[in-house]
Design a protein around this ligand. Structure first.
Ligand SMILES: Cc1cn([C@H]2C[C@H](O)[C@@H](COP(=O)(O)OP(=O)(O)OP(=O)(O)O)O2)c(=O)[nH]c1=O
Length: 200
């Protein structure tokens, strides 16, 4: 029997963006929010942060699965924005969102997303990450305040959404677009294939 027919993805995420991106693969999937602890020690490199957090999210779900769920591949993911080595997560409020945008406008920054996969049957795991460089145009103070007030960046790393109105302030990217939205699909497909799930 072809293993790819019976295997499912178990997405360890509350992110609506990740849900939509996984849905676009047309592979059956379930959502199991992970509620993993997301703090990391000072001084960790960006790739270490996102790979470790992606792993934590997937492992938290792996631990809570029962025997009925042993056909899946658990996918955990984490995204951060990095400006000159400073890590920006999600802003706490509109004021912090404006301050993040102030620091990102008129220049380039990096977006890192870690992806972890765990085979729910065997416990075998893989973790990897992608890095994308994003360039934002210069913004006037009124534009920063107006964009932050729209609220679309409040639950997003770096306080903007490239898939929303944020598209109008991003002038270029180098690397995977889907990495910026929170799930690099080409990397995920490659990882899923190694667990016997073929996208096509
Ligand atoms: C930069 C950027 C980030 N983001 C999002 C992707 C991530 O969902 C979010 C970063 O937060 P994460 O902590 O990576 O993820 P999450 O809390 O949204 O979801 P979960 O941990 O349950 O999987 O920022 C965008 O949607 N668009 C963007 O342009």
């Amino acid at each position: 029997m072809d293993a790819s027919i019976t295997r499912r993805i178990i997405l360890a995420s509350t992110s609506p963006r990740r849900r939509e991106l996984v849905a676009s693969l047309h592979i059956p999937f379930d959502i199991v929010p992970s509620h993993a602890e997301e703090s990391t020690p000072e001084g960790w490199s960006p790739d270490r942060i996102v790979t470790e957090l992606a792993k934590r999210k997937a492992e938290a779900v792996y631990r809570q699965l029962d025997d009925r769920d042993r056909q899946g591949v658990i996918v955990g993911s984490d995204t951060i924005v990095v400006r000159d080595g400073t890590v920006l997560g999600k802003p706490a409020d509109q004021r912090e969102a404006a301050s993040m945008l102030r620091s990102l406008q008129g220049r380039s920054h990096e977006v890192y997303t870690g992806v972890a996969c765990i085979d729910s049957r065997t416990g075998a795991s893989k973790v990897d990450y992608r890095r994308t460089v994003v360039t934002m145009r210069a913004l006037h103070e009124e534009e920063i305040e107006a964009y932050a007030a729209r609220g679309e960046g409040l639950d997003k790393a770096g306080a903007y959404a490239i898939q929303g109105l944020g598209a109008t302030i991003v002038t270029g990217i180098e690397g995977c677009y889907f990495n910026v939205v929170g799930l690099p699909l080409s990397l995920l497909a490659e990882m899923l294939a190694s667990f016997g799930i073929q996208v096509f």
